[in-house]
Design a protein around this ligand. Structure first.
Ligand code: AHR
Length: 498
């Protein structure tokens, strides 16, 4: 019997909604034929965006959406994406050498902001720090955020259809500057961030949050040197609110897997724990007051390219099944349980790409199991996290930390206790005894389980509902025991009497 002890007296605080953030890059099929079909498309759309996707995305209350890259951002000129769409330039873009696609700029700043408005996501703009001058980004900020009538750039925005400012709060300055973003040293990256933000300072308002480029996964050396350089500089035009780290579960695996394949991926995903905890230790040495948040800007499984329905036409598109759902759930549980350390996290990427919530092509559209995980976890956003202690069997693998077969997080909000689980055991169901439930906890609960008898099952265009959650009302017995099937993700909502 597994045990989960919930400790109502210990909390790491409120779970920032932004831990449930998303990422959409101009790469492969994310925008063109994914999110964006165009206003004249036979596919039902809202001002050019795929209607089914807009409606579905809205249902999970996305807190934030990062755009336009990724690597794409590092050769992006925002001026290409404004003005009448038929006059916008077509460009070779950062990914051209890999997929030969030309960027049509049909989605630019106004369209992206419109998508955010439609879906309720706050825009997070990733600005180019590699191939433009700081003034270029300063002007983008002014274009987006200054009231109409006040400056020529604001008037240009109004003339292009949006007189009200876009109010972009989140600005990333640079992407992967240790790699595709200019192959910089950490010292150079810190200096560039300071140069850019100093130039931008005159158009920055107090509620804007700037994010500096952090490490590739567990590269703590990058973080140490970056922060040492950043801390050594006397004046910063605008302080870094966050430092981004990218960590992918890069197993290069096929969508089909055996038992070893299942656990290999989970062991790799579990390394996110070390990435977060070790980063915090390094960051604390330079930033003891914790003014800089850790932002997991890109995360998710990175399987073999070409496993998605487009069979490789859409760069990095992959199919998702219960293994991906399990990774999503264990990672979101981890973020909840580190909500005092991680300030934002964005799963990569929204549609037709890596760990996607959606797959789409023409008339076809499906929600992947990953989407359902976000739906099950939705009410953690903004809730008070509760510490849990889990006793469950562990799996061992050489060179890896032991992997608990049960991943859990708990939170309390609006008179409900929400527990989310991932049973990571591929073969055995888990009988779980819940301990520490308070007196006012009701016994009539809602249990929602995402499960497929074969964990390799995918939602396809032919069979879009192969993996969907099943919700049922259950009565928790006096012993507080519930049973979850093998390889599943689940959410248990327990009412708390006032
Ligand atoms: O998500 C795909 C790519 O992965 C992003 O463009 C880049 O930032 C990362 O290397």
């Amino acid at each position: 019997m597994d045990t989960v002890r919930i400790d109502f007296s210990r909390s790491r605080g409120i779970i920032p909604p932004e831990l449930y953030g998303h990422f959409s890059e101009h790469i492969g099929g994310v925008f063109y034929d994914g999110l964006w079909v165009g206003e004249d498309s036979p596919v039902e759309n809202i001002r050019g965006f795929r209607k089914s996707l807009v409606e579905s995305f809205r249902r999970i209350a996305p807190p934030v959406l990062r755009w336009p890259g990724g690597c794409f951002a590092e050769t992006y000129d925002w001026r290409d994406g404004i003005g009448p769409r038929h006059m916008r330039p077509r460009r070779v873009n950062w990914w051209y050498r890999q997929d030969g696609r030309i960027e049509s700029n049909q989605v630019g700043t106004h369209e992206f902001m419109d998508f955010c408005r439609m879906t309720g996501a706050a825009p997070y703009v990733a600005a180019n720090m590699t191939s433009v001058a700081p003034l270029h980004i300063r002007n983008w900020i002014e274009y987006c955020t200054v009231p109409a009538g006040s400056t020529t750039l604001a008037d240009e925005r109004a003339a292009n259809g949006d007189s009200a400012p876009f109010n972009v709060r989140w600005w990333g300055i640079g992407n992967e500057n240790w790699g595709g973003g200019g192959q910089m040293t950490p010292e150079h990256c810190a200096d560039e961030f300071i140069r850019f933000t100093t130039v931008c300072a005159s158009v920055v308002s107090p509620d804007m949050r700037f994010i500096i480029c952090g490490a590739n996964g567990h590269d703590l050396e990058w973080t140490r040197r970056l922060l040492a350089q950043y801390a050594s500089r006397k004046s910063h035009g605008v302080p870094a609110w966050g430092m981004s780290v990218h960590y992918y579960t890069g197993d290069g695996a096929d969508v089909c897997f055996d038992e070893d394949g299942w656990y290999n991926t989970l062991f790799l995903a579990d390394r996110m724990r070390g990435v977060i905890d070790d980063h915090r230790l390094v960051m604390d040495a330079f930033d003891p007051e914790r003014k800089i948040s850790l932002v997991i800007d890109e995360w998710g499984c990175w399987h073999r390219d070409g496993t998605g329905p487009s069979r490789g036409r859409n760069l990095f598109e992959q199919q998702s099944n219960m293994r991906d759902a399990a990774v999503a759930a264990m990672t979101l549980n981890l973020f909840n349980n580190r909500c005092d350390t991680v300030g934002m996290a964005n799963i990569a990427q929204l549609c037709n790409n890596l760990h996607s919530l959606y797959l789409a092509d023409g008339e076809h559209f499906v929600e992947t199991p990953n989407y359902h995980v976000f739906a099950l976890f939705r009410d953690h956003m903004g809730a008070r996290q509760l510490e849990t202690r889990v006793l469950a069997p562990e799996k061992e693998k050489q060179g890896c930390a032991p992997l608990s077969t049960l991943s859990v997080s708990a939170s309390e909000k609006d008179g409900n206790l929400l527990l989310t689980f991932a049973n990571l055991d591929i073969a055995s169901s888990s009988a779980i005894r819940l301990e520490g439930l308070p007196e006012n906890a009701g016994r009539d609960c809602t249990l929602t389980v995402l499960h497929a008898p074969d964990p390799q099952t995918c939602n396809t265009f032919e069979d879009p509902y192969a993996v969907v959650p099943a919700e049922k009302n259950i009565r928790l017995g006096a012993d507080g025991v519930l049973t979850l099937p093998a390889a599943c993700v689940a959410a248990l909502k327990i009412p708390l009497a006032p």
